[in-house]
Design a binder for this molecule. Structure first.
Ligand code: URA
Length: 208
């Protein structure tokens, strides 16, 4: 079963509290979401293998550690956009993919409308980004699609998860680890995480 990694750092928790607050404006929301995304990215890449290489510093020859792994940051439109800048601050050489999936408001099931992944995705570790892991339907469908392109290593990164979404991902994709900054107790009847932070896209872009 995939790991569920919940960031328990007090400063991260404080940032999540600011995101939850209905009085946080969209400018602050975007900034904080980006900051938390960088930290989640740091945590999600902690186990990346290192190789050693011989280099020369201005002082002497040295054996140093190097990361050769290549990454792709794939965001689920539109709320994933608000986390991408933060992810790229930490992994500036990552290629970026976009997935357009929305939840049908009646069935809460994912409907796909756009896909564009890096052409060499199968050679990369893909970090799939969506702020809210709610029912897990969109995340699971997105991972299935990414795997269909031959990708072997995928990690899922969100700001807030809940038991329903985690259970769905762990059942459907036991090889995918989940990194979250908070794990909330439940979903409401409209598929929103409780207490959550509301509609992440609307909070980020000021559309409501
Ligand atoms: N999507 C959101 O933006 N918020 C939720 O709480 C659940 C899904």
């Amino acid at each position: 079963m995939g790991k569920l990694v919940i960031l328990d750092h007090p400063v991260v928790q404080n940032k999540i509290s600011m995101l939850r607050n209905v009085n946080t404006c969209c400018k602050e929301f975007r900034e904080i979401a980006g900051e938390v995304a960088s930290i989640l990215c740091y945590e999600a890449t902690r186990d990346v293998p290192l190789i050693t290489a011989e280099i020369e510093t201005p002082i002497c020859k040295a054996t140093v550690n190097i990361v050769t792994e290549k990454f792709g940051v794939v965001l689920i439109l539109r709320a994933g956009m608000g986390m991408t800048g933060g992810m790229l601050n930490f992994l500036p050489n990552a290629k970026v993919g976009h997935i357009g999936v929305y939840r049908d408001p009646n069935t809460l099931r994912p409907v796909e409308y756009f896909w564009k992944l890096p052409s060499d995705s199968q050679e990369r570790t893909i970090l799939l980004v969506d702020p809210m892991l709610a029912t897990g339907g969109t995340a699971s469908a997105s991972i299935t699609h990414i795997k269909d392109k031959g990708v072997k290593h995928i990690k899922f990164i969100c700001l807030i998860s809940c038991p329903e979404g985690v259970e769905k991902l762990q059942n459907d994709h036991p090889d995918v680890d989940i990194y979250t900054a908070a794990h909330d107790p439940m979903l409401n009847d409209h598929g929103y995480i409780v207490p959550g932070l509301g509609d992440a896209g609307d909070r980020m872009f000021g559309t409501k």
